[in-house]
Design a binder for this molecule. Structure first.
Ligand code: ADP
Ligand code: ZN
Ligand code: ZN
Length: 728
């Protein structure tokens, strides 16, 4: 190829926390890597991996100042498709984040480092005619070879499948190749062999028809279905339609929702194994999944938040399950909402996006209310099971043990007597959230955070749940020396102890981050529950999501009162979602269920609406309140967050930044301390910018950022922009 004269300039992003794109000259030999390619460049004394994002005619810098690329490690292959590059560009503009960090976040970790290589094409292995004939004969002297031949009897298999047959498969396979009994070929996308599912009910059918009629264009579907209404079945049916036309699809789930159970179900119904990716996989596994998406071998990718950025050339549908879930928002570094970016990506591609949930976020609720999204309601349980009934337990003047009232204890006892299962929900792990001195009132606080230390009795430790630092449990009060230390309040560890004492013969399973640490442990406990024997489940929100426990007929919600009077305007929304999600565990099959809500505020208005009229009315009321208070989603917000070891530094910086805020339609407020002002030894404050349109907000933010960049700050001070913040 002839290079244009003069040489064009490559615009390259580097994995640095800088809002800058760097200009470089092409390789000496004049070859130009395409946008989306990885390159090695000199950066001061270092060599860095970069990604080309654009090729332009001119640089703002004199050519003499520009350095040249050192290498193109992937040759002509790009790591980003044109489409994913466009999406990432939109992301760094919209979220005002360092372009390099945005782009590198989208690459599998192995490709972020020099030395990391694109994987070679995956092979699969199958029998030749001679191999098939060999298989007809007797086993012979080499059973290892015979086992491999047998594994290929029904068609081509991958290396990892052969490894399951024989750990030394490579050597054996080489022998088979020498004999011309087997051959290797590039791996192919699996075939769809969908098995029939249950007969759809009317609500499901309506939703599927509506989605099916708009597969060829951008459209947002809110699939608003109560727990057990058969949302997953709807996903399966529309996925089938998309895959049948040869498209690829992406299913995003919350961190906690990616269970073997869901994967087995998809495998069974679609006839092939989806490609899975999430951050707990090894780097090698993530690279493999990435490569399968990139080269079209993955027909369906199932993953958490970051899977959204996979290059998927044949992408024809995106589904987000549990769209309200907080884990879809990345809360540090490159802060983005995978829900919003998913909608953006679908719009750019002209494909449909499905947002599924039993408890829509206020954003999606509003979008559906004004008709921007199609709203598909599933209000019946697919199995015909009854919806659980709520009962409010007034905690005032009740005695409690481990936080559980006498009435709730009785209900648990009756449930267990019937041979059923009961679930007790408390969203606090540990033994007690506070340890205090009964003599002088001292309490154990984290030295680095504005938070109390949680007493973990079994682990003999006081632990900060915000910075993870811990100390031993003192025997005496460190202030008055009295032997009067005790826990205040309760966590799941205490709940387990109290319930264990009350029901000593009933198996008790605890689900929280302390008790379910090891991989596979959650599955092991779930299997015990699903076996159906009478038992007690105790746990945090780990129990609230996506898992079917058909034998649970009683749910006790120990304490959600804090959210009722929180300073965070989203606290009520989250409480409502959590309550409905937890309640959804009860009575899923032929057994109907009851949910007991313990509270000190039985007359709280929002609570009453939720319990008496359901989530949609609850959300509607929240929506009215938000609108009259001009809060999101009826206004648009961004935060300038900053933190440092000294409060004065943070405040000083934010005051200066505020002074430089340009005039316009957006308003600026603050500086305010974060909800938790000090965390891990750093003071955290923010400025709030709010506007009544998105465009007004962004116009002023862009202008403002240029100004903020001019403020000189010490290296110890950090600042970042959080667009569409979810917490404060
Ligand atoms: P959700 O995802 O909304 O919680 P699921 O899709 O998991 O609901 O469905 C709940 C249960 O109902 C599952 O066991 C599923 O197999 C079953 N189910 C789904 N649709 C139907 C249907 N149309 N008829 C009978 N059972 C169904
Ligand atoms: Zn004391
Ligand atoms: Zn701490």
């Amino acid at each position: 190829m002839q290079s244009p004269a003069p040489e064009s300039i490559l615009r390259i992003v580097l994995p640095l926390p800088l809002r800058q794109i760097f200009d470089y000259l092409p390789l000496e030999n004049g070859s130009y890597p395409q946008p989306g390619s990885r390159v090695v460049v000199p950066f001061g004394p270092r060599r860095l991996i970069g990604v080309v994002v654009e090729i332009v005619a001119e640089s703002n810098l004199p050519r003499a100042k520009l350095a040249r690329l050192i290498a193109c490690p992937d040759g002509q292959q790009t790591v980003l498709t044109g489409e994913s590059l466009e999406l990432l560009k939109w992301c760094w503009c919209y979220y005002k984040h360092a372009p390099g960090e945005v782009v590198f976040n989208a690459l599998p970790p192995l490709l972020r480092r020099p030395g990391g290589m694109l994987p070679s094409p995956q092979l699969q292995y199958c029998l030749t005619t001679a191999g098939k004939e060999r298989l007809q004969q007797a086993v012979g002297r080499i059973p290892a070879q015979f086992r491999l031949l047998k594994a290929m009897r029904d068609g081509a298999v991958s290396g990892s499948q052969l490894r399951e047959v024989s750990p030394a498969w490579r050597k054996t396979l080489a022998r088979l190749m020498e004999q011309h009994w087997t051959k290797a070929e590039p791996q192919q996308a699996p075939t769809l062999t969908a098995t029939a599912g249950p007969v759809l009910n009317a609500e499901q059918q309506v939703a599927i028809n509506a989605m099916g009629s708009k597969l060829d264009r951008f459209h947002c579907h809110l699939l608003d279905g109560i727990t057990g209404s058969g949302k997953t079945e709807v996903y399966v049916q529309v996925l089938k339609q998309v895959l049948q036309t040869g498209g690829q699809a992406l299913l995003l789930v919350p961190e906690i929702g990616l269970t073997p159970q869901l994967l087995r179900r998809l495998h069974k119904r679609l006839g092939f194994e989806p490609v899975v990716t999430h951050s707990r996989l090894s780097e090698g596994q993530r690279l493999k999944a990435w490569a399968k998406a990139r080269n079209g071998l993955a027909r369906l990718v199932v993953g958490t938040r970051s899977a959204l950025f996979l290059p998927i050339p044949g992408l024809k549908m995106i589904i987000l399950d549990e769209e309200h879930d907080a884990s879809f928002k990345q809360q540090d570094g490159f802060r983005y909402s995978s829900r919003d970016v998913a909608v953006k990506r679908a719009a750019g591609l002209g494909i449909p996006v499905v947002l599924g949930t039993a408890t829509p976020s206020m954003e999606s609720f509003n979008n559906a209310s004004v008709g921007r999204y199609s709203w598909h309601r599933l209000r019946e349980r697919a199995t015909g099971a009854a919806v659980p009934k709520w009962r409010v337990l007034d905690l005032r003047q009740q005695t409690t043990r481990g936080g559980v009232s006498v009435t709730a204890m009785q209900a648990i006892g009756e449930t267990l007597e019937k041979g059923h299962q009961a679930l007790v929900f408390l969203n606090r792990r540990g033994y007690a959230p506070v340890m205090l001195c009964h003599e002088c009132g001292w309490h154990a606080a984290c030295p680095s955070c504005d938070a109390n230390l949680t007493w973990h009795k079994a682990g003999h430790i006081l632990l900060c749940h915000h910075c993870d630092s811990g100390t031993g449990v003192p025997v005496m009060c460190p202030v008055c020396n009295a032997d009067a230390l005790q826990g205040a309040g309760e966590g799941t560890e205490q709940l387990q102890q109290v319930l264990g004492n009350a029901f000593p013969t009933t198996p008790l399973l605890r689900f929280d981050r302390d008790s379910v640490r090891r991989k596979g442990e959650f599955e092991r406990l779930s299997e015990i529950v699903k076996a159906g024997e009478s038992c007690l489940l105790v746990g945090t929100q780990m129990l609230a999501k996506g898992h079917h426990f058909p034998q649970v007929t009683l749910v006790v919600i120990v304490d959600l009162d804090q959210a009722l009077y929180s300073a965070d305007f989203r606290a009520l929304e989250r409480m409502g979602q959590l309550m409905v999600q937890v309640a959804g565990r009860a009575g899923r099959d032929e057994l109907s269920g009851e949910v007991l809500l313990q509270t000190h505020y039985p007359e709280h208005a929002a609570l009453s609406v939720l319990l008496n009229s359901g989530y949609e009315s609850f959300a509607n009321n929240l929506s009215i309140d938000r609108k009259s208070a001009c809060l999101p989603p009826f206004s648009y917000q961004a935060l300038l967050r900053s933190d440092a070891q000294h409060k004065e530094d943070v405040r000083g910086f934010l005051e200066q930044a505020k002074q430089r805020f340009p005039a316009g339609r957006a308003e600026i407020y603050g500086p305010f301390p974060a909800m938790m002002e000090r965390r891990s030894g750093r003071y955290r404050w923010y400025l709030l910018v709010q506007a009544d349109t998105r465009s007004a907000l962004h116009l002023q933010l862009d202008e403002w950022l240029l100004e903020i960049g001019k403020i000189s700050v010490t290296r110890r001070l950090r600042w970042a922009v959080d667009v569409d913040p979810q917490d404060y």
